[in-house]
Structures are given as C-alpha cells and as structure tokens.
Design a protein around this ligand. Sequence first.
Ligand code: FPP
Length: 241
Amino acid sequence: MTLPRHVAIIMDGNGRWARERGQLRTAGHKAGVVPVRMCIEECARRRVEALTLFAFSSENWMRPSDEVGSLMGLFMDALDREVEELHAHGVRLRFIGERHALSVRLQSRVAAVEERTAANSGLKLQIAVSYGGRWDILAATRALAARCASGELRPADINESLFAHALALGELPDPDLFIRTGGERRISNFLLWNMAYTELYFTDTLWPDFDVAGLEAALQYFGQRERRFGLTGEQVAGQDS
Ligand code: FPP
C-alpha cells in the first residue's frame, strides 16, 4: 500500500466526547493525549516521514480562559513527560505557530525540546500551537517583503518554492493526507498553502476515540486515491509505467 510521506491531523471532538460522559471539556483534552501518542508511535513505526498535529489554533485563544489555561498546562506536562521517550525514538519535534503568544515559560520549554531533538533523523513531528494558515502566509509574506526591502531579494525572484520555504513547514513536503476527526468537513484555517493537493479524509469518530484501526482506515483510504496533481488520469498512468 502507498503510504503518505506527510500526515496532517485536526484533532476535533474532545469537548463533545467529555460532554457525552458528563465530564468537563478539559477531561476530553486530557483523554485526547492517548491518540496523540498512538499516532506518533504508529507513524514512526510505519516510517511515515512527517506528522503535523493541530493542537491549538489562532482562534482557540477566544475560548474560556480556564479551558485555554488547562490546554496550555496539558502541553507543558506532555512536553515534560514525553520528551525523553520521543528523543529515544529518534523523533524530531518542532512547534509551528505564533510562539510569542505563548507564556514565556512555555516558549522556553518549547525551545529546549526543539533543541534536544533537533539532530534526530526519525519522524518529523510538528505540533501546531497558536497556528493559523492565514497567519502563516502573512508571516512568510512579511519575511520575504523585508528581504526585498533590504535589497537581498527581487520581487521577481519570488516563486512557489521560495515562498513555501518561508512558511512554517519550511523544507518539509506538503501533507499527502489530511485527517479530521469529530464530524466537521472543513479545513479550519490549517495549512492553507500546503494542502493544495492533499487528500482529505474526514471521520465522525471523536478524537479521544481515534484508535489504530481508525488511523489504518485513513491510510487505506489514502492508498486507494489516484493523485493527479492537475494532470489527466492517462498522463498519470503513463508516468507510472
Ligand atoms: C478540538 O476539540 C481539540 C483541541 C482544541 C485541543 C487538542 C488537544 C489535544 C488533543 C491535547 C493533546 C495535545 C498534545 C500535543 C499533547 P474541541 O475542543 O473543539 O472539541 P468539540 O468540537 O467537541 O468541542
């Protein structure tokens, strides 16, 4: 079966999962750590090159402050608890998003974890925190505009490759497979530029219930897609032979 090189996931449905059990939304986020670990392990085991998880969007700051605080605490705890194991498994961890919006403590923890795992050659794991696709495109545009203003770059030199490298995912390949749990069928300002040709997979399963079989179903779906990147089916068949 053809495996995706890069999987991107919106982990949705924690709040509903908790409500169904008469629990607080924060209990759903806590339960959501289990499938996070499962996806990392499975992707590493199957030699998927990159995994990008949408943990907290630019818009999530508008949630009730106790929920935001609890999520930030969860990220901090997960980092403390898991970093050595991730490192032992060769995972390279990076955060993408507006990191200045995070607390100073979390920012420095994030930087330490990135440094600790920077030389690893296994799974490239990106956690998107305070991330938005539009923010990403604007930040890249500003960076390139600054280089033009300083005379280092000419506007005519800006092409797709240069622009893509200025985005948060940098040199990583675009996601081949996008998974969204929790029943909604939208991209919600995730990797807008990078998902131009990504295969989209949606499941009603709530994130805390997403298990190995659920991930396997998404990978099977991907394996059955014919990816044409704007070409005709006949052209794609010709390339294969
Ligand atoms: C969306 O569900 C989920 C989030 C905003 C948080 C995702 C965070 C985790 C899974 C915690 C673990 C993450 C890491 C990286 C350790 P929702 O709250 O929008 O659910 P709802 O749609 O049912 O309300």
